[in-house]
Design a protein. Structure first.
Length: 491
C-alpha cells in the first residue's frame, strides 16, 4: 500500500490528538479526586407560630436557628414566617423545580400539624377549619412535598424535618383526627424523613428560645464527619433526656431510604483544628470557641476552648451592673433603733434591721425568697450643739456601718432549687430626728455588699441554660444601694 505524505501527516496528527485527549481526561479525573466540586444545596424553611387561639412559642426562632446552621454549611436558604396556604404551596412548587438541579434538598417545617385519615397536614396560620371536611381545603398536604422530591438529579439527597406534632385543642373533638403525625405513605428514593416525635405522639413546645428538638438538632449539624443517621441518633438521645421529667417524654423518629452516606460537614483535614485555634484563641466572642468545640470535638485544644468560654463568662458577670441582676423590686429595709447618750454633743445609735427578698424574674420566672437580719451602728455630732448631760432631742446626720446574715432560696417552676446563705456588709449615711418623748426616726440609705454561699443546689435535667446562667449570676457577690427607715426609742 502506498501512503502519500499528506495522508501520513494526517494519520500521525490524529494519533497525537487521541493521546492528548486521553491524557486530558485522565488529568481531569485525577483533578476531581484531588478537589471534588462542591455540592449544590438548597433548603426551604417554614416557621408558623401566630395561630389564632393556639399560638406557639418557638417556631419562628426555631426556623431562624436552623437557617443560621444551614447557611454556615453551604445551603442556599429560603425562609418563611407565619405563612399562608398560598405561600406554602407556591414556595413548595418553586422548591420542587429547583431541587431537580441540586445535590441536596432540605425541607424544614415548625408549627401546628395534624394527622387526618392517615395523612399528614401542615397548618397555615390563617387556616379556618370548622369541620373535618375543611382540612383538605385549608391545610397543606405533606405528600405534595414528597411527590415534588421524586425524580430529577441522580443520587440527590432529600431531607425532610418536621417539628409539627402539636395538635391544636380545637381539633381534638374531630372523629378522624389522631394525635401526632402519621408514618408517610410516600417516600422517594434517597430521602430521610425526621419527625420531632414518634408517629401518633405529641411534641412539646419549648420553655427556652428553641423547642427541645431544635435545641438538640443545632448542636450537631456542624459536627465534622458525623453521618446524618448518627446525628439524628444523638438528637434523639438529647431530646429524651430533656423531656424525661415530663408526663410524656418525647422520642424523635426517622425513616430513611438513603442509599449512601451524607454529612452536613465532611471530616476536617489533619491539623485544621490547629489552624482554626490560632485564628480564634484571642477572640472575645465565646461563640467562636463554642463553634470550635462542635467542629473539632476531639481536638487537643478543646480544653483550652472550654477555659476561654469560662473566662469570658466570668468577665461578663464581673462587668454586669448590679441594676441588671439586682433590681430590688419590693424589699423592706426596716428596723428598730436605739440611741445611747455618750457625752455632751455625741451620740451612738444601734438597732436591728431586716431585709426581705421576694422577687420573680420576668424572663426566666426564677423566684427568690429569703431574708437577712443584722445590726446597724451609727455615730454623729448633734447639730444644735446642746451642751447638757443628755441629748435626747438632738437631731442631725450620722454615719454608720451595718452587718448581718440570712438565707435566700432560688427556685423555678420546673423544680430546680438553689439554697444559699448570705452575708451582708455595708456603710451608710442617715439623718436622725428625735422628739422630747424619746421617740425617734432615722431615714437614710446604705450601700450593702451581699456575699452568697451555696448550701445546696439541684436542677431538673431539662432546665434551660439561660435559667441556670441567670441563677449563677444572681448568687455572685453584688453591691446595692438600699433605703433605710428605722424607728427608735432613746434611753
Amino acid at each position: 500500500m502506498y501512503w502519500s505524505k499528506n495522508k501520513l501527516k494526517f494519520v500521525l496528527l490524529l494519533f497525537f490528538a487521541s493521546n492528548i485527549l486521553i491524557s486530558s481526561k485522565q488529568l481531569l479525573a485525577n483533578s476531581k479526586d484531588i478537589a471534588p466540586p462542591s455540592k449544590k444545596k438548597i433548603a426551604l424553611i417554614i416557621g408558623n407560630a401566630d395561630y389564632k387561639g393556639a399560638r406557639l412559642r418557638n417556631p419562628i426562632q426555631d426556623a431562624k436557628s436552623i437557617e443560621d446552621q444551614l447557611r454556615d454549611v453551604g445551603f442556599e436558604v429560603k425562609r418563611l414566617e407565619n405563612s399562608s396556604l398560598r405561600e406554602m404551596s407556591e414556595e413548595t412548587r418553586e422548591f420542587g423545580k429547583k431541587l431537580r438541579q441540586v445535590d441536596v434538598a432540605l425541607y424544614y417545617y415548625s408549627g401546628h400539624g395534624i394527622q387526618h385519615n392517615n395523612t399528614n397536614w401542615l397548618l397555615p396560620v390563617e387556616a379556618d377549619i370548622r369541620r373535618e371536611q375543611d382540612i383538605e381545603f385549608e391545610a397543606f398536604n405533606l405528600n405534595r412535598l414528597l411527590v415534588e422530591m421524586e425524580g430529577g438529579t441522580k443520587n440527590r439527597v432529600n431531607i425532610v424535618i418536621v417539628d409539627a406534632c402539636r395538635t391544636p385543642p380545637t381539633f381534638r373533638s374531630f372523629r378522624n383526627i389522631t394525635n401526632g403525625l402519621a408514618t408517610p405513605s410516600t417516600q422517594p428514593k434517597g430521602t430521610i424523613i425526621a419527625f420531632s416525635t414518634a408517629p401518633g405522639t405529641v411534641a412539646h413546645d419549648g420553655t427556652g428560645i428553641n423547642s427541645p428538638y431544635v435545641a438538640e438538632l443545632i448542636k450537631y449539624i456542624k459536627t465534622p464527619g458525623m453521618k446524618i443517621e448518627d446525628m439524628f441518633k444523638q438528637v434523639r438521645k438529647g431530646v429524651v433526656e430533656r423531656t424525661s421529667k415530663m408526663s410524656h417524654p418525647q422520642v424523635p423518629w426517622e425513616n430513611s431510604s438513603l442509599v449512601g452516606d451524607f454529612y452536613f460537614v465532611e471530616k476536617k483535614a489533619a491539623n485544621e483544628d490547629r489552624t482554626r485555634w490560632v485564628e480564634i484563641r484571642n477572640s472575645k466572642d465565646k461563640r467562636d470557641f463554642e463553634s470550635f468545640i462542635r467542629e473539632f470535638p476531639d481536638s487537643v485544644y478543646k480544653e483550652d476552648a472550654i477555659s476561654s468560654i469560662n473566662e469570658l463568662d466570668r468577665e461578663q458577670i464581673n462587668n454586669q451592673s448590679s441594676d441588671d441582676y439586682y433590681d430590688i423590686s419590693f424589699r423592706s429595709f426596716l428596723g428598730v433603733y436605739n440611741v445611747i447618750d455618750m457625752k455632751i454633743g455625741e451620740n451612738l445609735g444601734a438597732g436591728l434591721f431586716h431585709v426581705l427578698w421576694n422577687y420573680e424574674d420576668e424572663d426566666t420566672k426564677v423566684q427568690e425568697n429569703g431574708y437577712s437580719i443584722g445590726l446597724i451602728l451609727s455615730s454623729w455630732l448633734d447639730t444644735f450643739k446642746q451642751f447638757k448631760d443628755n441629748c435626747y432631742s438632738c437631731d442631725g446626720p450620722s454615719f454608720g456601718a451595718n452587718f448581718g446574715t440570712g438565707r435566700v432560696d432560688f427556685g423555678t417552676l420546673k423544680g430546680s432549687k438553689v439554697e444559699t446563705g448570705v452575708t451582708v456588709l455595708g456603710l451608710g449615711i442617715f439623718y436622725h430626728w428625735m422628739w422630747p418623748n424619746r421617740l425617734s426616726i432615722v431615714l437614710g440609705g446604705t450601700n450593702v455588699l451581699r456575699n452568697f454561699s451555696i448550701l445546696n443546689e439541684s436542677y431538673v435535667t431539662d432546665e434551660t441554660e439561660n435559667v441556670k446562667t441567670h441563677i449563677n449570676r444572681r448568687i455572685k457577690s453584688r453591691s446595692d444601694f438600699l433605703p433605710v427607715i428605722l424607728f427608735g426609742y432613746s434611753f
